[in-house]
Write a protein that binds this ligand. Structure first.
Ligand code: BMA
Length: 312
């Protein structure tokens, strides 16, 4: 019996973690976490969620040549909008960016936060510095929005996490134009008794594999000392991502290091993206304890083999 995967983390932490923390930010702010990575050619970009000293979040940009050593631009790249529809729904900040390249366009879904709650908003960028806001694409009480890297049957596909009857499940929806979304269907829900029993949400834009879409999501268990956020995997049907092919019992990364345990919100691993390298390894970028950004790596084949053990 294979027990290694359930007894220790499948993902390997980068020894130089955290790759970004408050000391790397060239302007005054409270904290940095939950960054969305993109690799274009040999250049890595990481769109960072920064929480300002005012208490609300906005986005900054970090650049790297190796995916581990980053330098942050002098000024933030996207502040909450001040007017119009976006001004109304971003009044308490913009959070948790996820960027997907679809047909040569970089599309970012993020949480727009206001007195009305969390909604998902969509923007496009060509250089990760300038953003064209397209639309607010969900009603309140929804977050963890991200796009698939390919259309399915000619339509854009997204995951999100609406809060239904107090239970937030991951849902899939479709759109022809990125603005109007529909055909929503539930994908997975929290599992009583497991590491993801309290809350879940999509984390990394799905990775296409010959076995199905591999989604790395976050799951939360509530304890008497508060929540624990972990990362886990699920494999979904390529044509209909609401069909689960495999969902292992165990997670792939749990908070264990001090930088994951201690911070503004302790015991949090919260991934917002991954980069698949030519050697078949994937770098997962995750916010740790809502206080810094870390990287963990794993080979795609190991991750798939592990996930397939949870075949339903
Ligand atoms: C989630 C999001 C994340 C955050 C996490 C842990 O609900 O708000 O931005 O990292 O909680 O606090």
């Amino acid at each position: 019996m294979k027990i290694s995967s359930s007894r220790k983390d499948l993902l390997h932490r980068y020894e130089g973690n955290p790759v970004l923390s408050l000391d790397d930010i060239p302007f005054r702010c409270n904290t940095v976490f939950n960054g969305a990575p993109v690799k274009r050619g040999n250049d890595y970009y990481l769109v960072l969620r920064v929480e300002g000293l005012q208490g609300y979040s906005y986005f900054a940009l970090a650049r790297s040549k190796d995916g581990f050593n980053f330098k942050v631009d002098e000024k933030p790249v996207m502040l909450p909008a001040k007017s119009g529809v976006f001004g109304k729904y971003e009044a308490r900040g913009v959070e948790d960016p996820r960027i997907t390249e679809v047909e040569g366009e970089y599309i970012m879904l993020y949480t727009a936060y206001s007195e009305y709650g969390a909604r998902i908003a969509l923007a496009k960028t060509e250089d990760f510095v300038n953003y064209e806001r397209i639309a607010v694409v969900s009603e309140p009480n929804n977050k963890d929005g991200l796009l698939f890297p390919e259309k399915i049957n000619g339509e854009y596909v997204r995951f999100d996490r609406p809060i239904g009857e107090g239970i937030g499940s991951i849902w899939v929806s479709y759109s022809k134009n990125l603005v109007d979304w529909g055909k929503s269907n539930r994908v997975i829900s929290p599992r009583a008794g497991y590491w993801d029993s309290y809350r879940i949400g999509a984390s990394v834009p799905p990775i296409k594999t010959e076995h199905g879409w591999l989604e790395i999501y976050h799951g939360v268990k509530m304890t008497s000392a508060g929540p624990i956020y972990r990362a886990g995997t699920v494999l979904l049907d390529l044509e209909d991502p609401s069909k689960v092919i495999a969902r292992p019992a165990s997670s792939v990364l749990s908070p264990r290091k001090n930088y994951e345990r201690i911070g503004d919100v302790g015991n949090v691993i919260f991934a917002c993206g991954g980069i698949i390298e030519d050697d078949g390894r994937v770098k997962i970028y995750y916010g740790a304890a809502d206080t810094c950004i870390c990287v963990a790596t794993v080979s795609m084949s190991e991750l798939i083999e592990f996930t397939l053990e949870g075949k339903v």
